[in-house]
Design a protein. Structure first.
Length: 50
């Protein structure tokens, strides 16, 4: 496994409100979850934005 790379740079910012540096979930720490809509299978996703 390699060491820290450019994706760990705390100055990186997302384009979606709520994923900016200083938020609870910056681009380096996005909340993963499992989502499903009626009649569809469950699938992984990331909850960002408002």
């Amino acid at each position: 496994m390699s060491g820290v790379n450019a994706t760990h740079n705390p100055a990186l910012a997302g384009w979606v409100d709520g994923s900016q540096a200083g938020s609870d979930f910056p681009i380096q720490n996005l909340p993963l979850g499992i989502f499903a809509t009626p009649g569809e299978p469950q699938r992984p996703g990331i909850a960002i934005g408002h």
